[in-house]
Design a protein around this ligand. Structure first.
Ligand SMILES: Cc1cc2nc3c(=O)[nH]c(=O)nc-3n(C[C@H](O)[C@H](O)[C@H](O)COP(=O)(O)OP(=O)(O)OC[C@H]3O[C@@H](n4cnc5c(N)ncnc54)[C@H](O)[C@@H]3O)c2cc1C
Length: 266
C-alpha cells in the first residue's frame, strides 16, 4: 500500500481532497485484485471506516474545491494514459512486423502479402501515428501554459488507447498460433493495454466528455466556435511559395494562433 493516498470525500462544504496516510486508524484495503492484465501492479480497493484526519490534510486548505482541483489535472493525467496506450500499441506492432519478416508462407514472407500488411499492420501504424501526433501536440500546449486542456486530453486518451488496444489485438492475429502463447509476449501486451480504455475515465466517458464540451463550445460561441477554429487553421495553411525550410518548421510546430479556439471550454 502507498505511504499516502489522496481521497476525495464529501465534506460539509462539498467534495474535497484529503491526504490520508498509511496507518491512519480505520484506513485499510481489501484483498489484492486478481486482474486480467497489469498483473505486476498491485490493485486493491481502499477501505475507510470512521477515518479522521487533521484539518491541515485538506488539499488547498479550502473545502468544496475537490472537483475543480480534479479538473485542473485531467488534461495531463489523460495524456499520461494516452502514452501508455501508445507504448503498448507500438511494441505490439513492432513484434508483429518482426514476425512478418521472418515467417515464410507460400514461398514469401508474410511482410510481402498485402492481405496481411494492409489488414494487420498498416491501419494500426496509421492510427498510432495520428494518436502520437495529437498527444504530443496537446502535451506541448499544456507545457506552453494554455491551461489544463481537458477535452484535448480526453481526445488524445480516447484516440491513443483505442488505437493501442486494436494494434495489440491485431498483433496476436499477426503472430498466428504463437500470438496466442505467452512466450511471444503480444498476448501479455494485449491484456496490459486493455486497462487503458477503462481507467482514468472509460472510452465511453471520454466520448461523453468530448461531445458535451464541444457542444457547450458551440452554444457559448453561438455557433462561431467551429467557424473560428476552421478559420484559424485556414490562416495556418502555408503559402505555396514558402521556403522549404520554413515549410518543414511549420509541419513540426504550427503557430500558436492555430491552437487557440476562442472561448474554448477546457
Ligand atoms: C487496475 C485498476 C486501477 C485503477 N486505479 C484507480 C485509481 O488509481 N484511482 C481511482 O480513482 N480509480 C481507479 N480505478 C477505477 C477506474 O477508474 C474505474 O473502474 C473506471 O473509471 C470505470 O468506472 P466503473 O468501474 O465505476 O465503471 P461503471 O461506471 O460501472 O461503468 C461500466 C460501463 O458502463 C459505461 N458507462 C458508465 N457510465 C456511462 C454513461 N453515462 N454513458 C455510457 N456508458 C457509460 C462505462 O464506460 C463502462 O463501460 C482503477 C481500476 C482498475 C481496474
Amino acid at each position: 500500500m502507498a505511504d499516502a493516498c489522496c481521497v476525495l470525500a464529501n465534506a460539509p462544504g462539498g467534495p474535497s481532497w484529503f491526504v490520508v496516510e498509511r496507518g491512519t486508524p480505520g484506513f485499510g484495503h481489501a484483498k489484492p485484485e486478481d486482474k486480467h492484465g497489469i498483473r505486476l501492479s498491485n490493485t486493491a480497493a481502499l477501505l475507510l471506516d470512521e477515518v479522521r484526519v487533521d484539518a491541515d490534510r485538506l488539499l488547498g486548505g479550502v473545502e468544496g474545491q475537490g472537483l475543480l482541483q480534479a479538473q485542473e489535472v485531467f488534461g495531463y493525467t489523460r495524456l499520461m494514459v494516452a502514452a501508455f496506450g501508445l507504448g503498448a500499441g507500438w511494441e505490439a506492432l513492432r513484434r508483429a512486423i518482426e514476425y512478418s519478416k521472418m515467417r515464410v508462407q507460400a514461398g514469401a514472407p508474410l511482410a510481402e502479402k498485402q492481405g496481411y500488411t494492409h489488414k494487420l499492420i498498416a491501419p494500426h501504424a496509421v492510427r498510432l501515428e495520428a494518436a502520437r501526433a495529437y498527444t504530443e501536440l496537446t502535451a506541448e500546449r499544456i507545457d506552453a501554459g494554455e491551461g489544463s486542456l481537458n477535452t484535448e486530453g480526453a481526445i488524445a486518451k480516447y484516440l491513443a488507447t483505442e488505437a493501442g488496444n486494436q494494434a495489440a489485438d491485431a498483433a496476436i492475429q499477426a503472430l498466428g498460433g504463437y500470438g496466442y502463447t505467452r512466450e511471444f509476449v503480444v498476448e501479455k501486451i494485449k491484456r496490459d493495454v486493455r486497462i487503458t480504455t477503462i481507467y482514468e475515465g472509460t472510452s465511453e466517458i471520454m466520448e461523453m466528455t468530448i461531445g458535451r464540451d464541444r457542444w457547450q463550445l458551440h452554444l457559448k460561441t453561438r455557433g462561431e466556435g467551429y467557424h473560428s477554429q476552421a478559420a484559424s487553421w485556414r490562416r495556418c495553411t502555408p503559402p505555396t511559395r514558402r521556403s522549404a525550410r520554413r515549410r518543414r518548421r511549420w509541419a513540426c510546430t504550427p503557430p500558436r494562433s492555430c491552437w487557440s479556439v476562442p472561448g474554448s471550454a477546457v
